[in-house]
Design a binder for this molecule. Structure first.
Ligand SMILES: *Cc1c(COP(=O)(O)O)cnc(C)c1O
Length: 350
């Protein structure tokens, strides 16, 4: 295993930072009278500050994922983890990150907020990594963001290409696995986490778990990187209600598995039906809960769908996504409405 010390990449002010020490992080033992945090003593179910390190929740996630709690960070969505990593490692006006468009827009937005330059190494026309070009672009980058299955294209990035980048990039590789629960078992790189000290893996409860409204994102990394994230995060970044709800929601893995199975079945049905429509140019292969589809007259298709009350995402301005709309897989009834509307449209503009 390579030697890699994340502290050599950290902004000096973050290294020197004396973190805020909250009442609840200073006192962890049991007590009966809490007069240390200026809380209200009257029970509203949420009058006490939440556990700043969410240990009960991390224990649950640790058991499910086989990753020790000190290798887990929980955030207010994965977006919080993306923002924290940018602020820990990238000096405004000086440092760069690397992205591989077409990909998730938040990497560049979080970089823009921090005044960090983005160098890009576009994916190939079949949406795979161009390893030499990405390695070249990543040489100066503090962070390289890779997304697999990728949003908006839906495909997994080839495992050997991911591993080549992780092992050869001098900086940190952030692998966003937001859609990994929809991909074939064994697709995640999480089992390899401990072999790669410069790897951060992001997952989320917002997609397959159906908890986007709660905002719970996970980052898995070396304990050194997790400690830096804990140092910089707002002390109480996950509310007590969210911690409780997620603990309850994650006991039921049956429903999760059933929803994933139905989504995959529906994806196959939607893809097959789309491929039969003359207005459809290409349906890109997907390992996620959405498909990227190139249409003839995509603007008309987008507007007619909207007029019929169906919202999809126009991704046609992203590189190599000309005329593409990104369509989430819905319930069977919602997918029926989508397909029926497109079939009608096909007659009127086809
Ligand atoms: C939806 C999505 C996320 C999830 O973000 P949250 O803040 O956890 O809701 C992360 N990455 C990608 C690529 C996504 O599409």
């Amino acid at each position: 295993m390579r030697t890699f010390d994340p502290h050599t990449l950290v902004r000096p002010n973050i290294l020197a930072l004396q973190p805020y020490s909250s009442a609840r992080s200073e006192f962890k033992d049991s007590a009966e009278v809490f007069l240390d945090a200026n809380e209200s003593p009257y029970p509203t179910a949420h009058n006490r500050y939440p556990d700043p390190l969410q240990l009960a929740l991390k224990q649950r996630i640790s058991t499910r994922k086989g990753i020790a709690p000190d290798h887990i960070f929980l955030g207010n969505g994965s977006d919080e983890a993306i923002d924290l990593l940018l602020r820990i490692f990238c000096r405004p006006g000086l440092d760069t990150i690397c992205t591989t468009p077409p990909t998730y827009g938040m990497y560049a937005v979080a970089a823009g907020i921090q005044d960090v330059r983005v160098v890009t190494a576009p994916l190939t026309p079949d949406f795979q990594l161009d390893v030499p070009a990405t390695l070249a672009a990543a040489q100066q980058a503090k962070l390289t963001f890779l997304c697999s299955p990728n949003n908006p294209t839906g495909n997994l990035l080839a495992r050997d290409a991911l591993l080549a980048l992780i092992t050869q990039t001098p900086g940190i590789v952030v692998l966003d696995e937001a859609y990994i629960d929809f991909a074939d078992a064994g697709s995640s790189l999480l089992p390899l986490l401990h072999q790669h000290p410069n790897l951060v893996i992001l997952q989320t409860l917002s997609k397959a778990w159906g908890l986007a409204g709660l905002r719970l994102g996970m980052a898995f990394a070396s304990s050194a990187i997790i400690a830096l994230m804990n140092k910089v995060k707002p002390p109480y970044n996950i509310g007590s209600h969210t911690q409780q709800l997620v603990l309850t929601a994650t006991t039921d893995t049956h429903t999760l598995q059933a929803h994933i199975a139905e989504c995959l079945q529906e994806r196959t049905r939607v893809v097959t039906a789309l491929q039969q429509l003359p207005i459809v140019q290409v349906v890109h292969p997907s390992a996620a809960n959405f498909v990227l589809v190139a249409f003839h007259q995509h603007t008309t298709v987008f507007q007619r769908l909207l007029a019929a009350g169906i919202v999809v995402r126009d991704r046609s301005l992203q590189p190599n996504c000309t005329a593409c709309l990104r369509i989430s897989i819905g319930t069977p009834a919602e997918n029926d409405i989508l397909l029926r509307t497109l079939q009608h449209l096909n007659h009127s503009i086809g």
